[in-house]
Design a protein around this ligand. Structure first.
Ligand code: ATP
Length: 357
């Protein structure tokens, strides 16, 4: 989704930082989120994602920087609007539904008691297919149902900013995919600015309008999911979104030779040490003739392992002189078996080239 031209940003996080005793958890993070837009904070454990979210929510102090919602300052180091007075909704991993309240009471908890509120609760329950469970208690619901209740409870007060911290991580794979789609629809309809914390790249790629990769308390790169997938600025960002196959080499005549064939290295001087990087789906494996000689220009590798998932297959292969295994992915079933010899190649234009540090 493109950013609206005339609309103002809903959430502005401006250079915020937070240190715990000696550990800087967040070292200057800036984020801008427009209404109806989902931004994913993606990064390894301990990189500061949750702390950033907690500062936006108002349950963590900030040492420096500023946070604005709909143009109003809600936090800086000297003044913090308390969490209950911020137009911010939250769904965390531990759902914290009120156990002694029914589903409908949970959803209506933050609403003024008017006839309209009952209708709104019913509308939201209908939207997630739980109207018939309105009078149940949380312990009478499945994990996925509780998740849906937590989501609409947070949406019921029509927050301007919605914060989700690994909200689907306790669900099984199929439910997780369903919930992501339902949540993405509901959140866009609600028009809130959404920040979703996850360490799951699939979740980020699937749900986000924009992804911010966090690393050691900073945002390493921010952009649309495809920008980050296709043009990561460094190996760290690249490696966050999928497994990688990395070949070291030196540039000659504007190109570098790799076991998967030559790759052009625009912008690099001849002689420069570089790494050519391929995502698994960008390597191709072509069965060689029975003499095991290469028929083209790539190196010959030996298939070590094949995992056929039906819609997709993953193949591990080894080169004689390289220790690391190559990881390849191909659509559909794969007829290769361990021991097969294959010639390595790559889909044109897919290689990423980085300077060797
Ligand atoms: P995860 O994916 O594991 O939840 P995260 O990216 O959300 O990780 P944070 O929870 O923001 O990471 O933590 C960032 C750093 O700050 C970590 O090193 C963590 O140990 C530290 N930290 C977080 N909260 C506190 C606290 N209350 N006191 C001391 N250190 C803390």
């Amino acid at each position: 989704a493109g950013r609206p031209v005339n609309a103002a940003p809903m959430l502005e996080v401006i250079d915020v930082a937070r240190r715990f005793s000696v550990t800087p958890a967040v070292r200057g993070v800036s984020l801008t989120v427009w209404p109806g837009e989902v931004t994913c904070l993606l990064g390894p454990s301990g990189c500061g994602k949750s702390t950033t979210l907690r500062m936006i929510a108002g349950i963590e102090h900030l040492d420096s920087g500023e946070i604005r919602v709909a143009g109003q300052r809600v936090a800086d180091p000297r003044h913090e609007v308390p969490p209950e007075r911020r137009p911010v909704g939250m769904v965390f991993q531990d759902l914290a539904l009120f156990p002694h309240m029914t589903v409908a009471e949970n959803v209506g908890f933050g609403l003024p008691r008017t006839r309209g509120s009952a209708e709104q609760v019913a509308h939201l329950l209908g939207r997630v297919g739980l109207l018939h469970h309105a009078d149940r208690y949380p312990h009478q619901l499945s994990g996925g149902e509780q998740q849906r209740v937590a989501l609409i409870r947070a949406l019921a007060t029509r927050p301007r900013v919605m914060l989700l911290d690994e909200p689907f991580s306790s669900l099984d794979q199929r439910l997780r995919v369903e919930m992501r789609e339902l949540a993405a629809d509901l959140l866009r309809e609600a028009g809130a600015a959404v920040v979703l914390v996850t360490h799951d790249p699939d979740e980020a790629m699937m749900m986000a309008d924009r992804v911010a990769i966090m690393w050691e308390g900073r945002i390493r790169q921010e952009g649309t999911p495809l920008e980050l997938y296709r043009q990561p600025r460094d190996l760290t960002v690249a490696g966050f979104l999928s497994e990688l196959n990395i070949f070291e080499g030196r540039v000659a005549d504007g190109r570098v030779e790799t076991p998967a064939g030559p790759v052009s290295a625009p912008g690099f001087q001849d002689g420069a040490a570089i790494r050519a990087v391929f995502r698994p789906e960008h390597l191709t494996l072509l069965r060689t003739d029975h003499t095991c000689r290469s028929v083209g220009r790539g190196s010959v590798a030996r298939v070590l392992r094949v995992r056929n998932l039906g819609r997709e297959s993953f193949i591990e292969a080894g080169l004689p002189d390289v220790e690391t295994r190559l990881r390849c992915a191909a659509p559909g079933c794969c007829a290769l078996v361990p021991g097969d010899h294959v010639e390595l190649g790559h889909s044109p234009g897919t290689a990423m080239v980085f300077a060797t540090p």
